[in-house]
Design a protein around this ligand. Structure first.
Ligand code: NAD
Length: 295
């Protein structure tokens, strides 16, 4: 955790990280990378036994331990209201602190909007949005006390740009952008930095939709370095949305165009000046909604 030079490996020795949905896909690769760099990892995933009698989180914790790393499992749905405090409790009991929270657990229930059931909406919002809120809130007080925290939330191209058949998922993923940006503002005073990852990888969630020849290029291991960087103490970013997929790493921005100004604008003025309103020659990225004194 001390000074480092550019040639030194970015490490997490002494840090305690929680990774939800860490029993498979992207979460597993995040948990493995953080553990390989010295973090103690709490791997959360649903309580389901595989053929070998292990839960998904238990299997990844065992895999980490077999490589000389430090990990414990928390088995249970992050969508349960009691899950956030329970996962944080597991981290405190096993390792005495929480420095890093990677909100990654996720599901899809794809259907076109007209046919989507209330249950399909609720299930998706519960895991992504309420799961992330519940865990981050449970960890918030602990991180605030120590004046240190790194939180990553998982958005998606579907939430940022929209995607056919994913109204429930897009709503949850875009909701996380608002949540993350507000928590970045609120966390700044406490040394807590909050960023979003928009990942792309061939996993059990997506592999069936991706051509086979893309699977190797779209490995979760190509997303993990970006997430690990966002979790590192040297990372200066907060409130950012970073894209990582297939070996490409980029920044996503929500911009506001310079626009058209008229204090007495009529409907017809709006129609006439639509090109000025939409023009992207000049734009800004607002740092936050309004500048209010902190409460
Ligand atoms: N794979 C992609 O291209 C892609 C793109 C955009 C966003 N994402 C997001 O990345 C995250 C990881 O997805 P993935 O592709 O690795 O999918 P995945 O299905 O391979 O892994 C998701 C993991 O979350 C676990 N999980 C599901 N519900 C849970 C719950 N209620 N509580 C705890 N764990 C739960 C699953 O058991 C699984 O291990 C998700 O939030 C997903 O929406 C993935």
């Amino acid at each position: 955790m001390g000074e480092r030079t550019l040639t030194e490996q970015l490490r997490f020795d002494g840090r305690v990280a929680i990774v939800t949905g860490g029993g498979g896909g992207l979460g597993r690769s995040y948990a493995r990378l953080l553990a390989a760099r010295g973090a103690h990892v709490v791997v959360n995933d649903i309580d389901r036994k595989d053929g070998g009698g292990l839960t998904p989180a238990g299997a990844v914790a065992a895999e980490i331990a077999a490589r000389g790393g430090s990990a414990v499992a928390h088995d249970g749905s992050i969508a349960e209201p009691s899950a956030g405090p329970a996962v944080v409790g597991t981290a405190l009991e096993a390792f005495g602190r929480v420095d890093i929270v990677v909100n990654n657990a996720g599901i899809v229930r794809d259907r076109t909007f007209g046919k989507m059931s209330d249950e399909e909406v609720a299930e998706v919002l519960d895991v992504h949005l309420h799961g992330t809120i519940g865990l981050t809130r449970a960890a918030w007080g602990v991180m605030r006390e120590r004046r240190y925290g790194r939180v990553v939330m998982t958005t998606s191209v579907a939430g940022l740009w929209g995607n056919l058949g994913q109204a429930n998922y897009s709503a949850a993923k875009a909701g996380l952008v608002g949540l993350g940006r507000t928590l970045a503002i609120e966390g700044a005073r406490f040394g807590i930095q909050v960023n979003l990852i928009s990942p792309g990888a061939a996993t059990s969630m997506t592999a069936a939709m991706l051509p086979e020849d893309l699977h190797a290029r779209m490995s979760p291991e190509r997303v993990a370095p970006m997430v690990a960087y966002l979790c590192h103490e040297s990372c200066p970013l907060t409130g950012e949305i970073l894209f990582a997929a297939a070996g490409r790493y980029a920044r996503n921005l929500i911009i506001e165009t310079a626009g058209y100004e008229n204090d007495e604008a009529t409907v017809e003025d709006i129609a006439a000046h639509l090109p000025d309103i939409l023009d992207t020659t000049s734009w800004t990225v607002p740092a936050q909604a309004v500048q209010l004194p902190p409460r």
